[in-house]
Design a binder for this molecule. Structure first.
Ligand SMILES: *[C@@H]1O[C@H](CO)[C@@H](O)[C@H](O)[C@H]1NC(C)=O
Ligand SMILES: *[C@@H]1O[C@H](CO)[C@@H](O)[C@H](O)[C@H]1NC(C)=O
Ligand SMILES: *[C@@H]1O[C@H](CO)[C@@H](O)[C@H](O)[C@H]1NC(C)=O
Ligand SMILES: *[C@@H]1O[C@H](CO)[C@@H](O)[C@H](O)[C@H]1NC(C)=O
Ligand SMILES: *[C@@H]1O[C@H](CO)[C@@H](O)[C@H](O)[C@H]1NC(C)=O
Length: 408
């Protein structure tokens, strides 16, 4: 028999004083979001991260006509350096020229392009590296890794103008994904708006900042109930404060597709270090790693017969494989979780959850944190990861044999 009891180490409710307060309207602030305090070392790290991912500046948009238009843009496969046939292990270069809606070449960079080689029949795919020359031209670099046809695919995920708009929205409208909480006492129930980035208000606010991790979270105080009666968290609406013209910038496009046929093997000198090496690729639907780490697909290794859930698609979920003695539990992350609805009693920050795990050589922890942070300033995502990293380090200190896998 396996009894699994999870106790969050830290209960943030049941403090003596009601955590409601009347907020001060922030003075000169770039954002109305509350950033979790971090140490000077972490602040330096954050600064370096932000610098390393800084996006090229785009000129402010004068007209939609000046933004990148995938329909006019073109790419060409450059001939092999030194000429001759393509072989596996060769580096393929593709030149991409971006144009605007007048079909004039762009003169600045910053378009978010994703390039890949694909062969759908072979269920094969490998991603390329896109180099921005900051003058409207880009180079995509690929490693040829399979024999047979390879289609080049370049996708404009967002034009540089759209990237600029999104960046601005993350400061000005980080609350465009709204959240709600239900408060209930007996037959009295109220629902109020919650966020990390709660619009400045003179109404009383409940401070649900997590006392263990310091992660900020606030809700407007219900009129007739105390902050301690919060029972449910849910995603509200997606508000898109976009003008229709600007809206047009947010489109996915296949720029163009073209193909070539690499030939097998061949001892080409790989001019080693200058080569772009992806971490791996798909071939016949299976991931082939090019790095040192071998990957396993768990679902083919064991059979999770007994799935028990709470009856909703939110966590906690639990699965047990009796024969192989494997127990899998699944928990979602804390706010700003964008799920339909979840009981606040089940809303755990990953760092607190990690603190409740004993760890050891028979424990694997898999983490994935990303999409629900997309509408906030990057600092919020970075600080969340810093707080998770502190908890991972605590876990690895008390149980160094624990395997922690982080999906980026
Ligand atoms: C923007 O487009 C207009 C025509 O629609 C053109 O006259 C102008 O030069 C373009 N500006 C830039 C910066 O490309
Ligand atoms: C070139 O790269 C390919 C694929 O990674 C590898 O199999 C081959 O051994 C390399 N050739 C040389 C000469 O290093
Ligand atoms: C853009 O920059 C690249 C790299 O410096 C250069 O090779 C290319 O000719 C430039 N293109 C234009 C249109 O200026
Ligand atoms: C909210 O609570 C946290 C921790 O209890 C505290 O550090 C923070 O100053 C409070 N925030 C506001 C705006 O009162
Ligand atoms: C709060 O209680 C008062 C008096 O019972 C009632 O009139 C009012 O509608 C309640 N407000 C909310 C938001 O439930």
């Amino acid at each position: 028999m396996h009894i699994f009891i999870i106790m969050s180490l830290c209960f943030q409710f049941q403090r003596t004083a009601d955590p409601a307060f009347i907020p001060q309207v922030p003075t000169v602030h770039q954002s109305f979001c509350v950033f979790q305090p971090i140490s000077p070392e972490e602040a330096l790290e954050e600064e370096n991260i932000l610098k390393s991912i800084a996006w090229p500046k785009t000129s402010s948009m004068t007209s939609l006509k000046n933004s990148s238009n995938p329909k006019c843009s073109k790419f060409t496969i450059l001939p092999k350096m030194g000429g001759g046939q393509w072989y596996i292990g060769d580096q393929l270069e593709v030149s991409i020229i971006m144009k605007d809606y007048n079909c004039h070449p762009k003169t600045s960079g910053g378009d978010f392009l994703v390039a890949s080689l694909k062969n759908r029949n072979l269920q094969a795919g490998v991603s390329g590296q896109v180099i921005d020359h900051l003058n409207g031209s880009y180079t995509a670099v690929f490693l040829l890794v399979w024999e047979g046809q390879a289609d080049v695919e370049v996708i404009l995920v967002h034009s540089s103008e759209a990237v600029t708009v999104l960046k601005r929205l993350n400061w000005e409208n980080p609350d465009r994904v709204s959240f709600k909480s239900v408060f209930r006492l007996g037959s009295v129930a109220e629902s109020t708006v919650c966020n990390i980035c709660l619009q400045p208000t003179v109404q009383p606010v409940c401070n649900f900042t997590d006392v263990c991790t310091g992660e900020p979270w606030f809700c407007l105080k219900p009129k007739n109930l105390s902050c301690d009666t919060r029972i449910q968290h849910s995603k509200g609406d997606y508000l898109l404060p976009l003008k229709t013209q600007v809206d047009k910038l947010f489109m996915w496009f296949h720029v163009q597709s073209s193909f070539l046929n690499p030939l097998p093997d061949q001892p080409t000198d790989n001019n080693s270090n200058s080569m772009f090496r992806p971490s791996g690729f798909y071939y016949k639907g299976v991931w082939e790693s090019l790095g040192s780490k071998q990957m396993y697909q768990f679902d083919t290794e064991f059979n999770l017969q007994t799935q028990k859930t709470t009856g909703t698609r939110t966590s906690p979920l639990l699965s047990l494989d009796h024969n192989n003695r494997i127990l899998v539990t699944y928990d979602c992350h804390g706010p700003p979780l964008q799920y339909i609805s979840i009981a606040t009693s089940q809303l755990h920050y990953i760092a607190n959850k990690l603190d409740s795990i004993m760890g050891g050589s028979n424990t694997v922890v898999a983490l994935s944190v990303w999409a629900h942070f997309g509408n906030f300033p990057l600092e919020i995502y970075i600080r969340r990861l810093l707080s998770i990293r502190r908890a991972v380090l605590r876990l690895l200190t008390r149980a160094p044999d624990t395997l922690v896998v982080i999906r980026g």
